[in-house]
Each structure stands twice: as C-alpha cells, then as structure tokens.
Write a protein that binds this ligand. Structure first.
Ligand code: AMP
Ligand code: ZN
Length: 492
C-alpha cells in the first residue's frame, strides 16, 4: 500500500517512498540536552516514531538519523553556572532523554549523532560555502551564511522576505554582518568561552549547520525525509536547506514533515512559558507512560493537541480497555472454528487501520478502527460465539496495531519504580504523589508472597486473615481477581 504524507515543501500530500527503492533515509532533529525534555518535545518524537514504526510494519527499511545538540548557548551558560565543562554537563540530560524515550516506547533511530563529534564535517561544509562566496567571516571571527546568494531562500516556510530593509536593523552594527538576515554558521567565542580551534578560527558551530552536516554525513547529500516540530520550519529548516543546497547544488530532503505543537490552554507547551510537564513529573503523579504515549499520538500529527488531565485520564482508560481485551482474547479458551461475521469485522479493522495510517498518518482513525473491533469482539465474546479462528485473527490485528502504537505491554510498575528511584537520587521525593509511594511500597515478590499466604489462609478457613490480606493489598493499590485458574493481581 502506498504511504502518503503531507510535504511542507510542496504543500501537498504526497507518496513517501525510498529514493533508492529500498531504504527510506530520514533525519529528525533531536533534543538540545540542557535540561529534561517536556512532553511537548516528546509529542514530536512519538509522532516520528509512529512514522518509522508504520514504515517498518509495511516492510519499508528505514535508516533514521537523529542528532543530539550537545553544544549551544544554553548548554554553555548552564555548564558555566554549574562550574563544569559542557562534556560533564550534558551526559546526564542525554541519558535522561533516552530513558524517557524508552519509557514512551520510542524506538531508537539507527544513527544517533552528537554535534560535538562532527565538528570537522561542519567546518568542511562552511569551507565549501566560503569557497563559493556564500559564507563570510566577520571582524569578531564568526562566520555567516550569505542569504542574498540563495535565490530560493524561503521556499520551505513560504515567507516573503522582500521589503525587509537591512539598514534598519541594529544588529548589523553589532555583528558586522552583510545583511541582518544572514545567520551564523560558526560563532567566535566570547572571552573564556568553550571553543574548538579549527581552520575557521576558534569558535563553535551554529545550530543549523550541525543538522546539515550530520544529515549529509549519514544519509548523503540528498535523502528522503526530514522531520521536526513545527517551530523548526523557520528558521532552522529553512537555513538547513539554504546551506545544504547552496553547497551541493542538489535537493537536500525531498519530503518535510512537521509535527504540530502540544498546547496547554491554547499556548505552546514550552520551558519559557513555564507551562510544561516533564514525563517524570507525570509518572511521579501516578500517570502511566503508555497512557501518555497514547495521548500524544491519539491526535494526528498535523493537528495541535491540547494537553489536559482529563484527556490523560481518557487515554488511561483507553489503554486499560485495549489491554483487557487483548488479555481476554489471548488468555481465553475458544471452541474450534471461526465466526464469519466477526471475521469480516476483524478484516475490516485491519484494513481501516492500515489505510488510516497510510493516509498521512491518521492515528485517530487508525485507533477508531481498533476500538470498533474491541467493541464488537467484546459483544461476540460475551455471547459465547467467539471461536478460536477469530481469536487468532484478532491477535494478529492487535499485534499489527501494537507494532505502531506500542501500548499493550504493561511495564507500568517498572517505569514508576524507576521514576521513584530517580526522584530519590535527585532529592525530589516531595514531588511524588502519595498514591505512588503507597503502591511502590510492595514489590511484585511481596505481592506474590501475600497472595500465597491468603490462599493458605482460605484453605485453612481463616477468612479473617484472608480478608485482611485482600484489604491490605487493596489499600496499596493492588486489585485481586479470583478466577477459576487461580488469583490474578494488577496494580490500580
Ligand atoms: P528542543 O530540545 O527544544 O530542540 O526540541 C526538541 C523537539 O521538540 C523539536 O523537534 C521541537 O520542534 C519539538 N517541540 C518543542 N516544543 C514542542 C511542543 N510544545 N509540541 C510539540 N513539539 C515541540
Ligand atoms: Zn535540526
């Protein structure tokens, strides 16, 4: 099936396919590791993960490159304030970023590239631009890109730059640039500031050149897709295109994907607005990572998503409903045969799911297709007419669903425990919700031991003790389900 995706460059929904007919080569802008990411950042990473997972599900090989921006103004500033080098400052936040990606079941890209490890490639790219008179050095030793040398500048964001009067801009004097719009490729160090000594002179790379150099290093001068959040379209991606295409005279990325913002009360979730939640904040309040993932991807990527706690609770019950249905089909014993009506419903869910994602990653419709199956599957199962053939077919559809949505596996308790351990290390236990502390007070082994003791108490007809244990477990957030196959438990 053809996969179609909106292309910001052409303003059209277009087929997304590997240029070489085999491997889809894609680059997605990664994090700046100066602090913990907020769930707005993770909306972008989760949506890009949906794309890569869907491509793979459809049999397309993927080579996905993501950068880590481990040098920039904020990093330099924060490291200096903490009196450590940038190399000592960033690993903690890089590690936290990957832990958060794992918690959100975001697959690792094939290549992860740190900016500080690709300085020679950036220098070479700037030299290549300079040799064409498209980069120039200012008195302070910084290098700038000459926008006037690129007639196509603005083609991604469709901004109109005519009429912008250079002379009116004060920063011309300050930076001694040829044009106010010209952007930095290489920044000369301020006194005492961290820098690299290179053929360009001392300094550090600008943010835009990082991505151009790393994308070309790992994907070649032309590749299939470039992705990032909507705020990156201008100037970051516009500048990436300008530098790369001016240097190579080849199209940089053919397809551009931009994920729209996660909002809070109508405003972009961001550090500067102070209206943000990190993943850790939410885990420590007792929310589940899988529910956060489902929330972040439930709305298609080209729609903004307003974050609310009600929305998160809805996502939590959706995850529960999906898992309960999955367990019911997986664990049930069904008579031989297949109910043809249910088989048709299951086939339709499979087709609708795939068609929705192939149509510009419509995650909302894909999810609706699966919920139709859950609804009908439950009704048919209640009536006793769900047969073994149906169960196998449903599991196959749920496996396909989960290859993209990745919410069925229950890792909640482990993730909460890891978040708690982190809060303890960081001295943030005061931010932990009481319910989380109570739940975490029992390990799985302790729960199993209490259940064994309860079974023994019931066998010896000591109902006071067995009821007491059920009560104790319930108070600690553990629900018991007595079934004919024994006692099952789950955390609330
Ligand atoms: P940063 O670490 O700030 O460079 O951002 C990492 C990624 O998160 C980029 O692709 C941003 O475009 C994206 N991003 C930042 N804020 C939001 C938001 N509120 N909603 C969605 N994506 C965002
Ligand atoms: Zn980038």
């Amino acid at each position: 099936m053809t996969i179609r995706l909106f292309n910001t460059l052409t303003n059209n929904i277009e087929e997304l396919c590997p240029g070489d007919g085999k491997t889809l080569r894609m680059y997605a802008c990664g994090p700046t590791v100066y602090d913990y990411g907020h769930i707005g950042n993770f909306r972008t990473f989760v949506q890009v993960d949906v794309l890569r997972r869907f491509l793979r599900l459809q049999g397309v090989e993927v080579r996905h490159v993501m950068n880590i921006t481990d040098v920039d103004d904020k990093i330099i500033r924060n490291a200096a304030a903490a009196d450590v080098s940038i190399a000592e400052y960033t690993p903690r936040f890089e590690d936290a970023f990957f832990e958060d990606l794992d918690a959100l079941a975001v697959e690792r890209p094939e290549v992860i590239s740190r900016a500080t490890e690709c300085i020679p490639e950036m220098v070479a790219l700037i030299q290549r631009l300079a040799s064409q008179n498209l980069a120039y050095k200012t008195k302070d030793g910084s290098w700038y890109f000459r926008i006037a040398g690129d007639p196509e500048y603005g083609k991604l964001s469709k901004k109109d730059f005519t009429g912008i009067n250079d002379g009116a801009r004060i920063d011309l004097d300050e930076y001694d640039k040829d044009s106010a719009r010209d952007f930095a490729l290489w920044k000369a160090p301020k006194p005492g500031e961290y820098h690299w000594n290179t053929e360009l002179g001392p300094g550090r790379p600008g943010w835009h050149i990082e991505c151009s150099a790393m994308a070309m290093k790992y994907l070649g001068e032309s590749f299939d897709l470039h992705a990032g959040g909507e705020d990156l379209m201008f100037p970051h991606h516009e500048n990436e295109i300008a530098q790369s295409e001016s240097a190579t005279h080849k199209p940089f990325a053919r397809h551009w994907m931009h994920v729209r913002f996660l909002l809070v009360e109508g405003k972009k979730m961001s550090k500067s607005e102070g209206n943000f939640y990190t993943l850790r904040d939410l885990l420590l309040k007792g929310h589940k990572a899988a529910a956060i993932r489902l929330l972040l991807l439930s709305n298609p990527y080209r729609h903004q998503l307003n974050f609310t706690f009600d929305g998160l609770l809805d996502a939590t019950s959706s995850v529960e409903r999906l898992r309960t249905f999955h367990q019911r089909i997986l664990g049930g014993k069904f008579p031989e045969g297949a109910n043809p009506d249910l088989a048709a419903v299951t086939d339709k869910a499979r087709e609708d799911f795939t068609a929705a994602l192939a149509n510009d990653l419509n995650t909302a419709e894909a999810l609706a297709a699966i919920f139709d199956l859950v609804r009908v599957g439950n009704v048919v199962s209640d009536s006793g007419s769900l047969l073994a053939g149906n169960a196998a077919q449903i599991i196959e559809v749920l496996d396909r669903f989960d290859a993209v949505f990745a919410v069925l596996q229950d890792r909640d308790a482990d993730l909460t425990r890891a978040a708690l351990a982190w809060a303890e290390r960081e001295g943030r236990l005061d931010q932990v919700a009481a319910s989380v502390l109570v739940q975490a007070s029992l390990s799985d082994a302790q729960i199993d031991a209490l259940i064994a003791e309860r079974n023994e108490a019931r066998r010896s007809r000591n109902f006071a003790r067995s009821d007491g244990i059920r009560m104790e477990l319930s108070e600690k957030g553990i629900l018991l389900e007595d079934s004919k196959d024994g006692v099952r438990w789950k955390r609330k």
